[in-house]
Ligand binder design. Structure first.
Ligand SMILES: [Zn+2]
Length: 439
């Protein structure tokens, strides 16, 4: 759900692209007009800086990492086929069901434990590299030092470059060892993941990844976030995902898609840390206990609201979704409600809510009403590659466009008073895929 050209959301009925709607609609027009006056440019498309997804993971998703903005710009210039835009792609996943993923390198001690417990891992990592890693641990070298990161990087690269026959042989041996109950310090859950990965991707060098990456199991409502340079792979379960408006993925393994070892190795930050590092704890929205706010630090690209309205005591409860000073996308995952001037909204419906609009609703379903809302005060990336825009940027001396738009948003918030009902031009999207798969 978003405006990225590789999969743009369209308005139900008309087929108009959301990016085009934002650029021309009544509710957003003020922002767009301010933009146009400032920069003598009328835009056909205005992009949101985020993409929101509901994901249901059946097979492990590829082992991957995303570039920083600077790297993305360079990669897009060099290889626009495999790196289709110049934006970065921070990611946040909030579990709807028990949700498993691999994220970030394990703490150095755990990697060393696994090198000791699993000779197969040691062989593909390289005996000399493994010894160097252990020797470094004995000297109590800090795992966030350059020395420690280099040591990991060399072993990781050796493993990714190991001959296919060696990988296949060692995986087979590792499988037998695990099945015999020799599991070292691993949890039973991680053993299951290791075995399933081998079923799904036999002989793939990515099948060693649970031995050196954090295996995270999120319960419903738990949330994790990681920006560029962090290796990750989704394993199973359902989640709400927010990502930057980009399609740039550097894949390492567990996929038939394009892999790029050189770029991968130069992008990884080789941070070794506890999985707690990636967890995001929610805050309550001011004056509204129904809303949990997931707002990662240093991530202007998106924030997520979890909206849960209990309908068990007071039936037909009235609820007002607060106005935000920016556009947002809402997806309803449970329950139903009646919205003034619009009608019934229910599980599976997706809305774009323009800036500064409150949504008055009456919860009509039996159970709770649950929805997720993603928003950002940033300007979305430009996907047009328009020469005109580049020229203007250059002559204007790299004016900070995002700053201007932000200022415009804030002015609007201050200026607008009075009641704004959910208007008739509320936008409902057609759902492109089956929403079921979680309860
Ligand atoms: Zn990713």
């Amino acid at each position: 759900m978003g405006t990225h050209p590789d999969g743009p959301a369209k308005l139900r009925g008309s087929g108009t692209k959301l990016s085009n709607h934002i650029a021309t609609s009544k509710s957003d027009r003020d922002l767009n007009r301010k933009w146009s006056q400032c920069d003598t440019l009328i835009k056909e498309d205005i992009h949101l800086p985020f993409i929101m997804k509901i994901m249901s993971i059946r097979t492990t998703l590829s082992l991957q990492v995303h570039p920083t903005k600077k790297q993305a710009a360079r990669l897009h210039r060099l290889d626009p086929i495999n790196y289709p835009d110049s934006n970065h792609k921070p990611e946040l996943a909030l579990a709807l069901t028990r949700f498993e993923l691999l994220c970030g390198f394990r703490p150095a001690k755990e990697i060393a434990d696994n090198l000791r417990a699993f000779p197969e891992f040691r062989i593909v990592f390289g005996e000399r590299n493994a010894r160097r890693f252990e020797e470094m641990m004995e000297r109590n070298v800090n795992e966030s030092s350059e020395e420690a990161k280099n040591c990991l990087a060399i072993g990781f690269r050796a493993m990714m470059e190991a001959p296919a026959a060696l990988i296949a042989k060692q995986l087979l041996s590792l499988r037998r060892r695990l099945q015999c109950g020799e599991i070292g310090c691993l949890s039973n859950d991680t053993v299951k993941v290791l075995l399933k990965m081998q079923d799904d991707f036999p002989g793939d060098n990515g099948c060693f990844s649970p031995l050196y990456l954090n295996h995270m199991i999120l319960e419903p409502g738990e949330c994790c976030y990681y920006a560029a340079e962090e290796m990750h792979a989704y394993l199973s379960g359902e989640c709400v995902e927010c990502v930057g408006c980009s399609n740039n993925t550097i894949r390492a393994a567990l996929t038939n898609k394009h892999k790029d070892l050189e770029i991968l190795c130069e992008t990884l930050n080789y941070r070794m840390t506890d999985p707690e590092h990636y967890m995001i704890r929610p805050n309550k929205f001011p004056n509204d206990n129904n809303i949990d706010v997931y707002d990662p630090e240093d991530c202007p690209d998106f924030a997520l609201h979890q909206i849960k309205v209990d309908n068990s005591i007071i039936k037909q409860q009235n609820y007002t979704l607060p106005a935000l000073g920016c556009g947002s996308i809402v997806v309803i995952v449970k329950g139903q409600a009646k919205v003034n001037d619009y009608g019934t909204i229910k599980r599976g419906d997706i809305f774009y809510i323009p800036p500064n609009e409150k949504t008055h609703m009456t919860i009509t379903g039996d159970g709770p009403f649950v929805a997720y809302r993603t928003f950002s005060y940033e300007e979305g990336p430009d996907h047009s590659d328009a020469t005109a825009l580049r020229d203007i940027r250059t002559t204007a001396g790299n004016i900070n466009f995002a700053g201007k738009l932000n200022a415009a948003c804030k002015q609007d918030t201050l200026k607008l008073t009075g009641k704004l009902n959910m208007p008739k031009d509320v936008n409902v999207f057609d759902l492109g895929m089956e929403m079921d798969g979680f309860c």
